[in-house]
Design a protein around this ligand. Sequence first.
Ligand SMILES: Cc1cc2nc3c(=O)[nH]c(=O)nc-3n(C[C@H](O)[C@H](O)[C@H](O)COP(=O)(O)OP(=O)(O)OC[C@H]3O[C@@H](n4cnc5c(N)ncnc54)[C@H](O)[C@@H]3O)c2cc1C
Length: 338
Amino acid sequence: MQIRSESDKAGFRNVWVVAEVLSGKVQPVTHELLGAARPLADARGSEVWAVVLGSGVADGAPALAAYGADAVVVVDDARLAGFTDEVEARVLCRLIDEHRPEIVLCGATTRGRALIPRVAVMARAGLTADCTELGIDPENGDLLQTRPAFGGNILATIRCSSHRPQMSTVRPRVMKAPAPDPSRRARILRADVTPSDASLLKRVVEVFHDANAAFNLADAPIIVSGGRGMKGPDGFELLKRLAARVGGAVGASRAAVDAGWIPYTHQVGQTGQTVQTQVYVACAISGQIQHLVGMQSSDLIVAIDKNPDTPMMKMADIAVVGDVFEVVPALIDEIPKL
Ligand SMILES: Cc1cc2nc3c(=O)[nH]c(=O)nc-3n(C[C@H](O)[C@H](O)[C@H](O)COP(=O)(O)OP(=O)(O)OC[C@H]3O[C@@H](n4cnc5c(N)ncnc54)[C@H](O)[C@@H]3O)c2cc1C
């Protein structure tokens, strides 16, 4: 809705997280967003609500309290089986009309990207996609939505002062999930699907998973990543040996992918995958912002570069100044075989 006065704004309250449930399992991005929602709600003196839409999803709803939900709105209906963005958008829009959240967060996943733009149009709200950082302007309570812009050359902070709710999507693994607190409890609010929500132009007939789909770099606990300084495919063979030694996977900067040294499925960054791994080893990657946004939430960052002044070396927890062609073979020799 369009905001014409401060009193219009006052009619909107709470930070909502649209949960993502696949095959009955709440996806980690939901926990990450609940963690991101908490400081926003605290800054606004309001609550964090999770919204769970689907079929057979009710049982998992109370567990969202552990990640920070104060209330969970559950719409559990067989007509939401599979995923039909039209129906979910209508249901979500009705809930927004009824409860008037100030902020709505959703994962920038395939499902979120299909759902949320529809909702934003229907609710006449602003939407900022692929945010990497969220904050609150203490002056006026606006949501500050930071994301790479103009081809990733700048980080833009976008606000949507004249419409409510303020809506953002965030990619999986950009924010860190909070440690769960099993002692927390949430209010559970039930809502229904109406016949008009459920009227459909299309129907999901079958859902299948492609066993041959590209390997999921993001699931690897350790990633050994290489950049332009690896000099060619042989350099990546060296990284594969190190990755095998530590039980990890090989990642790459776009420079290495564009040079054809390794396939695109290994690319980390704004136009590649976002990873939040336990250990990220950056070998001869300078750390341009488009790369950093894809890996900066990793738990431990190790950088190896002959230049100590690169952004990657500056942000690393452990920075090794040296030639990758000396340091990486030495590591392979030193690390005992698994
Ligand atoms: C719209 C857009 C989207 C983009 N998306 C992505 C993305 O998703 N992912 C991504 O990675 N990039 C992306 N980029 C590209 C990004 O801007 C950088 O160009 C790229 O990340 C640089 O890759 P690099 O660090 O491997 O290369 P460089 O910046 O050239 O760095 C190479 C590093 O290797 C070091 N080095 C060289 N030789 C050795 C040696 N023998 N031993 C040790 N160190 C050595 C150098 O000191 C240097 O630090 C994008 C750019 C744009 C415009």
